[in-house]
Design a protein. Sequence first.
Length: 284
Amino acid sequence: MQNTITSTEVSSTDNFDLVQTFCILDDFFSFFDSNNNSRKGRKPNLSVSELATITLISCVYECGCLKSLYKLLRDKFTTDFNLPTYQNFVTLMNNCTVELLKFLTLLCSLNNELEGVITFCDSTKIEVCKIYREHTHKTMKLLASKSKSTTGWFYGLRLHILCDQDGNLRQFKFTTATTGEREVLDQFLNQIRSCIIVTDAGYVSKELNQKARENNNTLLTAVRKNMRTLATIFQNKCMNMRSRIESVFDVLKERFKLVTSLPRSINGYLAHYVRSIFGYMLLD
């Protein structure tokens, strides 16, 4: 980047200063670069902090694919970024996934330090293609699988998240579509302490309740019709707040374009998912 971002188009969007964000990202990624001396070869046209900033620009302008993002950068930000060819640009955007994950892991770790917070857990389907194309789809065939959700059959992955009342992500995990929700929650419970975890009836499990109590957590699950248990007033109020996590899923899919079928490689799909979550955690 030539000194810093100067374009007025990205100076502020919804009271979010991308210039200041670039400085923060640059300091963060520069720290990791200073501890990594294994890189050899020609220096890339775009640094990791520039690629992270470009990711935020993509989210602000709601670019659905890298081609539209590249066109946007070429038309409006030619003086701010030293753009390579389109093919090299795609490679750089996909290769910075690990660095973005480091930043997301740090943010999640900070959110996990909060105690006494009402936390919501749920999963959502991530389609990689339409269900009728499952037999002809080749790109994600090693990771995607067929499963059924409340809205019907789908072919793809699942995104599991833990978030608080404000929609801040505390944990997230992508799995195959057939992976059980309780299995993922069991892993999440290792990271949080002294919180109230609200879930739907799909997470009912004596083992999970026991593990939650070991870390001073309280697991509240919806009451099934065949259960001889009455929900308390507090439990009902917590269940009524579960729309918060559904809003997180909606924002990820509608605003940050989480669901896509455009990438042409597994790395492209996974990089797209990471960029969507990165944009959500920094912009929303």
